[in-house]
Structures are given as structure tokens and as C-alpha cells.
Design a protein around this ligand. Structure first.
Ligand code: NDP
Ligand code: 2IT
Length: 381
């Protein structure tokens, strides 16, 4: 792709089509300088079982590039998306492989990718990408879905313990798509989020994060979270800080993989954390997971807790297939039902296998059995 100085730039792109037993390959695209094949493979592998848990007809895949969107102009983003899609388009199709967003890929990027797919294939194939804009095939609630879904899952985990989110102090890492809408739903359900972050630092605001400001800084102006403090003198910016050191009852890691290690998990538990809902994919290391499970707090692993995003992508595909568009209320209700059902399935499966309250066991077994059953039914290759 050509940058604004007319210099040709080279990045590497990936798509790992992992399993299509339950439906077309489905999963997001990540644009981040850290991307290499190993990251796309772990994300694609997780996606198989996550997608199975949604109960929707979707297989598992992931893709992306080591392209760094930070500091790039809209035109550079557009030219990179066009270059990437020029190669990717031959692998896609509404019945073959349907990408969506992930880190560094949101509505703007999906628009450029869709436009290029249409240009090259000469087809208005709405169902080939999800996360599209409202007005050209997108679904209401897709933007909010991952964050909202994670909070619905947290609500269900607390319900089992005769508890609720009402009045809880929460910490949400990240300040991107998932974090923003996790904060929004936590606030709607009566909790108070006191901290969020980006890769440079942490914002602590004891009286509660001002979400409209975060939306403006991150979604519209594409600025750093550090700028938050210039609008709220009573908040604090901790450059390079560790968000898990801020005491909370509920944590929603919503930035990236391996952001909570064993030590962070111990700090959270020691400070009174009773529930963790993973908005991100694999944010907790194996050592961290062991700490949460040993402490018997409510721990919702990403493949269950953040499945609301891809589930709503499947709802978008459903609307595209029937050339229909649903209201916000109707779509959010469907998302809530799906998350409640994923919670019930994972809880009951854990119980059936003698691990009551262990959602890691519940999610892995329930997801695996669904995929394996279909693969066996389809016969050997
Ligand atoms: P965004 O690009 O919108 O936001 C990512 C946020 O996480 C930013 O605040 C970013 O900070 C921070 N972040 C990203 N990488 C790192 C890193 N290496 N170290 C520290 N902070 C980092 O992405 P999303 O909100 O869409 O994705 C967040 C997580 O949720 C990912 O794990 C993704 O796989 C997962 N997810 C996303 C879904 C979706 O529908 N979008 C669905 C299910 C899961 P900075 O700006 O400084 O980079
Ligand atoms: O990790 C994920 O589930 C996503 N990034 C969303 C995938 C999708 O196809 O909507």
C-alpha cells in the first residue's frame, strides 16, 4: 500500500480458517503491530468454541495484519484496507468465510474493506462482512454487543450467587470498542466503573468514569486516554500504571491477551474482587486463571463472556439473508437471551462434569462437544 508520502509500504496479512463444521468460517480481523501467525491461530482456535457456544450457525476463523493504524491518516487506512482486501477477497463469501472487526478494526475499516470487496467481485454481498454501517447492511447493537454481552454474562454469574451488579465498584481495562460498551452497560445496571486504560496508561476517576468523554476522545477524535484528565481535574492519570492494582469488586479485562498475570490475579482477589468477566480474548494467563479458580470467585472466560459480539454478527447475517433490519430493542433482547443461554449451558455443563461453578470447564466442554459431534457426523475427510 502507498502512504501519504507516496512511499510503498509492506505489511503481512493473515487469515486462518480453522473449522467450518457448524457454518461458514467466522471471526474478526485484527490490525496491530504485534500480529503474527501465532496470535491469529490462538484467536481462531478460541473462536471455534466461542462460536459453537452462541448456538448460531458459524464456524471459527481469525485474521489480521501487523499493520499499525496508530498515527495513520484516513486515506492511508483506506489504501491499506484496499490492498489487504485485494488478496483476501478470493477466500471470502457469505457461505465461505465472513470476517468482522477486532483490535484496530472498527466501522471505518469494515466500510473500506466492504467497498473493495464489492469493487473487485462486482457483487453487493451484504453477508460477506459483519460490523457494517447502519444504512448499508449493518445491524443495530453490533457496536455495543461485545461489551453489553460481557456485562450480561457477569450479571448471570452474580445471579447464581444471589448477588447483582447494583452498587458494585468496577474496573474495565482498555478504552476501545469492548471497554466502552462494557462501561455503558455496567453503568446502566447500577454499577460504578472507576478506571479504564489504554496501552500507555490508566485513568482513575473515583466518582465514576465519564463515558461520554471517553467516547468522544476515543471514537470520534481518536486521542489517547491521558487527555481525560484535562477535562476532569479530580481524576488521575497513571502513566504506565497497572490497572489491576485499583481495588474493585468486578473486573472486566477488555484490552488484549495476557493482561492479567498470576500476580495481578492475586492482587485483585486480595482487594476484594468477586467477579471477572473477560471482554477480551484470553486476557488472563494460565497462572492468573488458577488464582481465580482456587479463590472460587465468579470467573467468566472470554470464549463464553465475550461471545455477544460474534453472536450479534450472526444476527447481522440473519438480517442480511432475509433483507431485513431489526430495531435496537429487539436485537438487544436477542443478545441478552443468547448470553443468558450461554451462561446456563456453561454452568450446567460444568455441573454435569463435577466442576460446579467452573466456567472454564463448562465452556470448553460444551463448545468442544458441539463441534466434535458435527465433525463426526460429517465423516472423515
Ligand atoms: P479496540 O481496538 O477498539 O480497543 C483495544 C483497546 O485495548 C485499546 O484501548 C488499546 O489501547 C488496548 N490495547 C490493545 N492492545 C494492547 C496491548 N498490546 N497492550 C495494552 N493495551 C492494548 O479493540 P476491541 O475493543 O475491539 O478489542 C479488545 C479485546 O476484545 C481484544 O482482545 C479483542 O480480541 C476482544 N474482542 C473483541 C470483539 C469485538 O467485537 N470487537 C469481540 C470479542 C472479543 P491502545 O489504543 O493504546 O492500543
Ligand atoms: O473475538 C471475536 O469474537 C470478535 N472479534 C468478533 C468476531 C465476529 O465475527 O464478529
Amino acid at each position: 500500500w502507498e502512504d501519504d508520502e507516496h512511499v510503498v509500504q509492506i505489511n503481512r496479512g493473515f487469515r486462518v480458517e480453522f473449522n467450518s463444521a457448524l457454518g461458514p468460517y467466522k471471526g474478526g480481523l485484527r490490525f496491530h503491530p504485534s500480529v503474527y501467525l501465532g496470535i491469529i491461530k490462538f484467536l481462531g482456535f478460541e473462536q471455534i468454541f466461542k462460536n459453537a457456544l452462541t448456538g448460531m450457525p458459524i464456524g471459527g476463523a481469525k485474521g489480521g495484519s501487523d499493520f499499525d493504524p496508530k498515527g495513520k491518516s484516513d486515506n492511508e487506512i483506506m489504501r491499506f484496507c484496499q490492498s489487504f482486501m485485494l488478496e483476501l477477497c478470493r477466500h471470502l463469501g457469505e457461505h465461505t468465510d465472513v470476517p468482522a472487526g477486532d483490535i484496530g478494526v472498527g466501522g471505518r475499516e469494515i466500510g473500506f474493506l466492504f467497498g473493495q470487496y464489492k469493487r473487485v467481485t462486482n457483487k453487493y454481498e451484504s453477508g460477506v462482512l459483519t460490523g457494517k454501517g447502519i444504512g448499508w447492511g449493518g445491524s443495530l447493537v453490533r457496536t455495543e454487543a461485545t461489551g453489553y454481552g460481557t456485562v450480561f454474562f457477569l450479571r448471570e454469574m452474580l445471579k447464581v450467587r444471589n448477588d447483582s451488579l447494583e452498587g458494585k465498584t468496577c474496573v474495565v481495562s482498555g478504552s476501545g470498542n469492548v471497554a466502552i460498551y462494557a462501561i455503558e452497560k455496567l453503568h446502566q445496571l447500577g454499577a460504578k466503573v472507576v478506571a479504564c486504560s489504554d496501552s500507555n496508561g490508566v485513568i482513575f476517576h473515583e466518582k465514576g468514569i465519564d463515558l461520554e468523554l471517553v467516547k468522544r476522545l476515543k471514537e470520534i477524535e481518536r486521542r489517547r486516554i491521558a487527555d481525560y484528565v484535562t477535562y476532569h481535574k479530580d481524576s488521575k492519570y497513571i502513566a504506565g500504571g497497572n490497572i489491576w492494582e485499583i481495588p474493585c469488586q468486578v473486573a472486566a479485562p477488555s484490552a488484549t491477551q495476557n493482561e492479567i498475570n498470576g500476580k495481578d490475579a492475586k492482587t485483585l482477589v486480595k482487594n476484594g474482587c468477586i467477579a471477572v468477566g473477560e471482554g477480551a480474548n484470553m486476557p488472563t494467563t494460565p497462572e492468573g486463571i488458577k488464582v481465580f479458580l482456587d479463590a472460587k470467585i465468579a470467573y467468566g472466560p472470554g470464549k463464553a463472556a465475550n461471545a455477544g459480539g460474534v453472536a450479534t454478527s450472526a444476527l447481522e447475517m440473519q438480517q442480511n439473508a432475509s433483507r431485513d433490519s431489526w430495531t435496537f430493542e429487539f436485537t438487544e433482547k436477542k443478545l441478552d437471551e443468547i448470553m443468558t443461554s450461554i451462561h446456563a449451558t456453561t454452568f450446567e455443563t460444568a455441573e454435569e462434569f463435577g466442576a460446579t461453578g467452573n466456567y472454564v470447564v463448562g465452556a470448553n466442554i460444551a463448545g468442544f462437544v458441539k463441534v466434535a459431534t458435527a465433525m463426526v457426523a460429517h465423516g472423515l475427510i
